[in-house]
Design a protein around this ligand. Structure first.
Ligand code: HEC
Ligand code: HEC
Ligand code: HEC
Ligand code: HEC
Ligand code: HEC
Length: 242
């Protein structure tokens, strides 16, 4: 169709283009695949734990299990003894809870797989956000609807800065299911399964302050700072990188 010279040029160009597309694909797939921004990441957990059953159906507040979010940077996954508060009685023989019972007997933690990940050079502190009445759902989505937790937002710099620049558009105000914001400690409470479930599972801290426009009572428990309305988040590099 074309002269031989043009024909071979077309072949060469096609080859170069194809190679470029191939290389770009490989880099894209392996090079730019990034745990930090991996929305939807959902590792298979050793125990089929469902937030939907626990928080969605049974109303167990986030704070009941993730106890230290409002006081510290991290919000560890609960230890087996928290599970056993209920599962000593509830579904005590369930095969799905075999690993949990073993963990309890042998005093070894369940090897939960980490879902969210931020690089070490970023400073993130849960407590500061939680005490400003920012609900978990702002960053993690509605976890109480998830059978298996998956990452909801890319945890990149833009995610932090979008909200720091424009908090009102990005903050979901505290909801009762989270059970966050302490002013007054819950009255002495019974930690047996029946009591927890019968009381609609009170959080270890209460009351919840409702929405982020509500008045904030003054601090009544030592060691837990008074919650406050969110100001605007910082944008200077050194607050997040130091
Ligand atoms: C009965 C205990 C319990 C309750 C209540 C609970 N969680 Fe969890 N949560 C767990 C356990 C166990 C894991 C680890 C297994 C998993 O990822 O599913 C976990 C994992 C998570 C993770 C993923 C952590 C990571 O590895 O990055 C998030 C986010 C989370 N929970 C948020 C919430 C929120 C928000 C609520 C309230 C709506 C809540 N949880 C209520 C026990 C609980
Ligand atoms: C302002 C955003 C934001 C809010 C609000 C928030 N989280 Fe997180 N959460 C994160 C980020 C970012 C990480 C990853 C932290 C890391 O890797 O160091 C994380 C990690 C976690 C983890 C894994 C363990 C850890 O601490 O690294 C759990 C569990 C968790 N969050 C639960 C909660 C619960 C429960 C609430 C509400 C009471 C909540 N989070 C509110 C942003 C948030
Ligand atoms: C406050 C009580 C309470 C706590 C604490 C609790 N659970 Fe549960 N769990 C329940 C209830 C209620 C059910 C639903 C039982 C049913 O379906 O009848 C359940 C169901 C389950 C099931 C499904 C069992 C089956 O056979 O269907 C698993 C797995 C499970 N929980 C794991 C855990 C783990 C792991 C922890 C600790 C991180 C935990 N639970 C903490 C109350 C609790
Ligand atoms: C949904 C909104 C929202 C998101 C998302 C968010 N922040 Fe914030 N952040 C705030 C607000 C509001 C404040 C100011 C709180 C106050 O006034 O007490 C704040 C304060 C801070 C502070 C200053 C307080 C401290 O702990 O020293 C740091 C640092 C910070 N955020 C880091 C981060 C990082 C890192 C991320 C992303 C991984 C992030 N934030 C995501 C709303 C957010
Ligand atoms: C509100 C918190 C926050 C502030 C303020 C912030 N960063 Fe970041 N930064 C992050 C987070 C979170 C990451 C992790 C991004 C990732 O791994 O995808 C990051 C990553 C980076 C990286 C690594 C490259 C990349 O994008 O992955 C550089 C470089 C960086 N930041 C520079 C800066 C500079 C310069 C400033 C000041 C203008 C700044 N950051 C302010 C949260 C912040």
């Amino acid at each position: 169709m074309f002269s031989q010279e043009i024909d071979s040029k077309i072949k060469k160009i096609s080859l170069i283009v194809l190679t470029c597309v191939g290389v770009a694909f490989v880099i894209g797939f392996f090079g730019f695949h990034n745990r930090v921004t991996d929305v939807g990441y959902r590792p298979t957990q050793p125990v089929p734990f469902s937030h939907k059953i626990h928080s969605g159906v049974n109303g167990i507040k986030c704070m009941y299990c993730h106890t230290s979010v409002e006081t510290s940077a991290h919000s560890p996954v609960p230890s087996t003894s928290t599970c056993m508060n209920c599962h000593i009685a509830v579904k005590a023989d369930s095969p799905q809870l075999k690993l949990v019972r073993e963990s309890n007997e042998n005093n070894t933690p369940v090897a939960w797989k980490r879902v969210h990940y931020l690089p070490d050079y970023v400073h993130f502190d849960h407590s500061r956000h939680i005490r400003s009445q920012i609900d978990c759902a702002s960053c993690h989505g509605k976890v109480e609807t998830m059978g298996v937790v998956s990452q909801f937002k890319p945890m990149n710099m833009g995610f932090c800065l979008d909200c720091h620049r424009n908090p009102v558009a990005n903050i979901i105000p505290a909801r009762p299911i989270s059970g966050i914001f302490t002013g007054i400690k819950a009255t002495a409470y019974d930690s047996t399964a029946q009591a927890i479930l019968a009381n609609n599972i009170e959080p270890t801290t209460n009351p919840q302050f409702g929405s982020f426009m509500s008045d904030i009572p003054k601090q009544e428990v030592e060691g837990i700072p008074t919650p406050k309305h969110p100001g605007i988040g910082p944008e200077n590099c050194s607050t997040c990188h130091h």
